[in-house]
Design a protein. Structure first.
Length: 465
């Protein structure tokens, strides 16, 4: 049975001071290490989710993008991420948003545990150090390993290597020793929606899967020091909820005081906690383990602020769950309603001099989106982040094509062969901007994708800036 309407009580988006709608996915667990695996048991669930998302889009209107709280893959395998990329592209097409409008964080299944087990003394030793040091030493230890010891940093990030290459396409990789990222969503009005991606999987391995002994992981205060200004509405994404983190108590006040919305995954049990200034959502899983009363889930979240003189953020949550009898995704009702409504108190923007925090500033460079073979990219009318989109398109080319583009445009110089590949891309993009070559870079990248696109080169319109 296919429901004709997603909900009977979803108000359509009205023109207001702020409106942003996100689709929230978690614990997708792409298992297959083969593309188009005919024995992929979860493939049908994804098709049904796509159909449901079409109905959601028609009912709710414009979708800003996708929030993914970890465990994209099941075992951190590169093929699993290629399969995920194709599915995210399909969802973006259904949602009618940019291919790069995906923001994600890693989970424990995005770690390649095989790499850790091949290095029990080195990687395992760093894990033991962070799991056994005093709580007041966690931040200092993370600073030492990730910021001051370049060898340790490289080794610690290595098990997340396949995930990092995938996440970098969406501007959600690891930059300059930071395990986290921050992105301001383009939009008008005095308030700005900001998304912070927090990495709780840095020292995850097989030993932290037990619920009886689960407080082994660390995050560090630096990842949770969110922008503190009256005009930033921050959404914090993290895979592991509090019970899995050694330093959860130290982080709680930071997140509660500075994030209007906190979203986690991992436990596959959907719960919501509401306080005056924040809303916490623990996700269900898109692809849970098929045991007992398993249930596939995803959420739609809409933030609205219609009156600048009333500093209250409205959060509408539409939980969707798989129903075996209906053979479809249906609303998870609360008090008979499909949409769960919450109000979160926020500061009055403009009440005092407003300065944008440095961590809230967007990063230009290698930050962009992916498309399926044969489909044309679409940058919707009003897309405001062409740098991010261009980086996404560039990073979804083959390595050979990327280097060919940079060579053809004269963006490679002597000595570049000694740079790490990611640093090389950053430097090359900076050179393209400095030498006013972004128009040509866009054209070359789109040409490598097959041409034939009707997308207008935004840098040509903007004068290559």
């Amino acid at each position: 049975m296919v429901p004709s309407r997603v909900s009977e009580n979803i108000p359509r988006t009205q023109a207001g001071e702020l409106s942003a709608t996100f689709v929230h996915l978690s614990d997708i667990h792409f298992r297959s290490v083969k593309p188009n695996d005919p024995f992929d048991l979860d493939a049908d669930l994804r098709v049904q989710l796509e159909s449901d998302l079409e109905r959601v889009r028609d009912e709710m209107g414009s979708i800003t993008g996708f929030l993914v709280t970890g465990d994209v893959a099941f075992s951190g395998d590169p093929v699993q991420y290629e399969n995920a990329t194709h599915w995210f592209n399909r969802l973006s097409e259904i949602a009618r948003c940019n291919y790069d409008s995906v923001w994600l964080v890693p989970g424990n299944h995005d770690v390649d545990w095989r790499i850790i087990e091949q290095s029990p003394q080195t990687i395992g030793g760093y894990h033991t150090m962070l799991r056994s040091c005093g709580l007041d030493a966690i931040d200092e230890s993370l600073d030492q390993l990730l910021n001051k010891d370049m060898t340790a940093k490289e080794i610690l990030f290595k098990p997340l290597g396949a995930y990092a290459a995938f996440a970098e396409r969406y501007g959600c990789g690891f930059e300059n020793s930071k395990p986290h990222w921050h992105y301001p969503v383009p939009g008008g009005g005095p308030y700005s929606v900001q998304i912070r991606g927090i990495n709780s999987a840095l020292i995850s391995d097989r030993s932290d899967s037990s619920t009886e002994d689960r407080s082994k992981l660390v995050v560090g205060r630096v990842q949770c020091q969110l922008p503190k200004d009256d005009c930033s509405l921050v959404i914090a994404l993290c895979h592991h909820p509090d019970p899995w983190l050694r330093d959860a108590t130290a982080l709680r006040n930071l997140l509660d005081n500075r994030a209007v919305l906190q979203i986690t995954g991992h436990e596959h049990n959907f719960t919501v906690e509401h306080e005056e200034a924040t809303l916490r959502i623990r996700a269900g899983a898109v692809h849970p383990v098929r045991k007992g009363d398993w249930q596939s889930r995803y959420n739609v979240i809409r933030l609205t602020l219609a009156n600048l003189s009333d500093p209250t953020l409205n959060i509408e949550l539409l939980p969707r769950k798989w129903d075996e009898e209906e053979d479809a995704y249906v609303a998870d009702k609360k008090d008979g309603k499909d949409v769960w409504e919450y109000r979160v108190k926020i500061p009055l923007c403009g009440a005092k001099d407003h300065k944008v925090s440095e961590s809230a500033r967007p990063r230009e460079g290698i930050n962009v989106s992916v498309d399926d073979v044969g489909s044309s990219p679409t940058v919707p009318q009003g897309a405001e982040d062409p740098h991010r989109y261009l980086a996404f398109r560039f990073l979804t080319l083959s390595l050979l094509d990327r280097l060919q583009v940079l060579q053809d445009l004269g963006l490679l110089e002597a000595g570049d062969e000694r740079r790490p590949i990611r640093d090389l891309y950053e430097v090359a993009f900076a050179r393209a901007k400095e030498h006013n070559q972004l128009v040509e870079l866009w054209d070359q990248v789109e040409g490598k994708h097959g041409g034939g696109t009707t997308v207008t080169n935004p840098f040509r319109e903007r004068g290559a800036t």
